[in-house]
Write a protein that binds this ligand. Structure first.
Ligand SMILES: C[S@@+](CC[C@H](N)C(=O)[O-])C[C@H]1O[C@@H](n2cnc3c(N)ncnc32)[C@H](O)[C@@H]1O
Length: 329
């Protein structure tokens, strides 16, 4: 437990410097939220198991990181670390939902091939070189590492999941000097009207929000003038007046609220004052992208679809289809 507590303390210091260097406002609020978020995680019933797993990971003297399709931590020199120990430690942090990662030769084949989404997003966004970036609902932080790969000066991820905070910490432990940070709290807690990010990503979260327009306005308030939003969300086919609100579950998820058509989403964004709103990609989620693996053994997409008709969810809704929208303020 001590190792993660030390990590949290050190990370807070690094966050303080990074926020000041990047001229991000509300630094004190953000640091207080960072403390509160971690205090909540510490009280989680699985915290003991997770922190033991974290502590069981090796600490070789010299390591190297690479942030391509597989986010990879390697040992550079010294007595090779024991792969079996690493595998056991990483399995103490099951389930792994967003990846893939390679930690000292152990390949973590997460439920989602998050690299697929990144490949759909990347060709369409403005260069991230030198930019301050916020990723709302960042999951394990997989895309934060990819944002650093593309030259982001600061990549802040915000997410409410305590297990994802550990998945992020596994990589950050070996990349302490990088400018990626996990803020363990919800978007609603983010200080108001920060107007300081060059790019805000919101991927896989709008449909979880009860008030999607408020979420879009919140994104607007976080962006600098001229900044870019990259919004990825579930959509349905239809015209500018089409939106699906499932009666109950959608693909077995309880917390799905609004699935607009691309045209309705475009209208929402335009009416809220976003400029140059465009849809750059529409993709039906495949069972190559989201599936059961040895690192996530519960149900996955194949179990959420109608066994006789993969174009429908098990509840009879259209199967998951995702759009990527880009706009500016
Ligand atoms: C479907 S996942 C998407 C993860 C990643 N952005 C991606 O596209 O692969 C949604 C994420 O949003 C997070 N989340 C849910 N509600 C949130 C909130 N109010 N504020 C921040 N994150 C939230 C969840 O914990 C989860 O990691």
């Amino acid at each position: 437990m001590d190792l993660i507590v030390q990590f949290i303390k050190d990370e807070k210091q690094r966050l303080l410097h990074a926020l000041k260097d990047a001229d991000v406002p509300a630094v004190d609020d953000l640091l207080a939220l960072h403390d509160q978020g971690w205090n909540r995680i510490i009280k989680h019933g699985d915290f003991g198991r997770w922190s033991e797993a974290f502590a069981a990971l090796p600490q070789p003297e010299q390591t190297e990181a690479s942030f391509s399709d597989v986010v990879c931590i390697e040992q550079v020199e010294g007595e090779p670390v024991d792969t079996q120990t690493i595998e056991v430690a990483l399995r103490g942090l099951l389930p792994w939902r967003k990846g893939p990662f390679d930690i000292f030769g152990v390949y973590v084949d997460a439920e989602w091939r998050s690299d697929f989404k990144w490949q759909r997003v990347l060709p369409h966004i403005s260069s991230l070189e030198g930019r301050k970036v916020l990723d709302i609902g960042c999951g394990s932080g997989y895309h934060l590492w990819r944002m650093l790969e593309r030259g982001a000066a600061l990549a802040l991820g915000i997410d409410t999941s305590p297990l994802f905070a550990f998945h992020f910490a596994v990589v950050k432990r070996y990349t302490a000097n990088t400018q990626a940070f996990y803020l363990p709290f919800g978007i609603a807690d983010m200080p108001e009207a920060m107007a300081s990010f060059d790019t805000v990503f919101s991927m896989g979260i709008l449909y979880h929000r009860k008030n999607p327009l408020a979420h879009l306005l919140r994104i607007k308030s976080l962006l600098k003038s001229g900044g870019e939003v990259v919004l990825e969300t579930l959509v349905v086919d239809g015209d500018a007046q089409t939106c699906l609100m499932p009666q109950g579950r959608y693909a077995k998820m309880k917390n799905v609220w609004f699935l607009p058509s691309v045209d309705m989403l475009t209208l929402w964004m335009q009416r809220l004052g976003f400029k140059d709103v465009r849809c750059v990609d529409v993709n039906v989620t495949s069972t190559q992208e989201q599936r059961v693996t040895d690192w996530m053994r519960f149900e996955s997409l194949a179990d959420y679809l109608d066994p006789d008709d993969a174009s429908k969810t098990i509840e009879g809704h259209p199967a998951p289809k995702r759009a990527i929208m880009i706009a500016h303020i």
